[in-house]
Design a protein. Structure first.
Length: 256
């Protein structure tokens, strides 16, 4: 292939002095949640497999052997040494996000002679879950097809704040609604709603229907289906008489 139309790449940051490029110190280490406990993980695309050191597990998770499966006859090596794998550890980990956190099911090789102080998420699971790292000025990662939900590599204090929010939600999950736990899980919990069903109706309810874009329609349908699973909404037949008692009524007809 002939090389034509070559142009210089534009730098996202100021050009470092000669021999000082390493001082940028950007890394792909971020925080996750495992068993309601904060942990550090390195998103290492240069590693072909996902692994963690036995010493790290012994120090951080005393009961890690409950989900451990011993495997023999596997040979692994790094750039500097031969690795001694003991087996596979199944881990459920959460990438914390202030809007919607993401849970991943991952299998880690447990390495007997690994000295790393954190978990290593290798290229295998980076590909399996479609995790992409964006190295623009605002560094972030995305998981799967949703490229608009960005997981940043923020300052330590900001990241810990997000993880604490996830811990609080897990601790108080009975007060929330989900697919498995319906609204009103707390006994003796009551919410009074006063709805205006008399004329004149609110101006927003008088707007004419208009065709929605395909993207907006898909997002709305997904959101409505989620609300139905959680018990906020339900389908009403066209011949069914219903009193106006719901805070939200959605009517869709001919894509309007």
């Amino acid at each position: 292939m002939d090389l034509i139309h070559i142009q210089d790449a534009k730098m996202e940051k100021a050009n470092p002095s000669r021999g000082k490029g390493y001082t940028d110190r950007s890394c792909c280490i971020t925080n996750i949640v495992i068993n309601n406990k904060e942990a550090k993980i390195n998103l290492e695309s240069g590693s072909f497999c996902t692994f963690v050191g036995k010493n790290y597990l012994d120090r951080s998770y005393t009961n890690w052997q409950e989900k451990f499966m011993a495997i023999e006859g596997i040979k692994l090596s790094s750039a500097s040494q031969n690795m001694h794998p003991l087996g596979i550890l199944e881990v459920e980990m959460i990438f914390a996000h202030p809007v919607e956190s993401i849970r991943l099911q991952v299998e880690f090789f447990v390495i007997n002679n690994c000295t790393s102080q954190h978990l290593i998420l290798g290229n295998d699971y980076l590909n399996i879950y479609g995790i992409d790292i964006n190295n623009h000025k605002d560094r972030y990662l995305t998981i799967g097809e949703n490229k608009r939900q960005k997981f940043a590599f923020p300052l330590e204090k900001i990241e810990i704040t997000v993880i604490k929010q996830v811990k609080n939600v897990n601790r108080e999950k009975e007060s929330l609604a989900s697919d498995n736990e319906k609204l009103g899980a707390i006994k003796r919990h009551k919410v009074d709603l006063m709805l205006d069903v008399e004329r004149p109706y609110p101006p927003l309810s008088k707007r004419q229907a208009y065709p929605a874009s395909a993207r907006a329609k898909e997002e709305l349908e997904n959101h409505v289906n989620e609300l139905m699973k959680m018990g906020f909404l339900r389908n009403v037949g066209h011949n069914e008489e219903v009193e106006i008692i719901n805070p939200v009524i959605i009517n869709s007809h001919n894509d309007k």
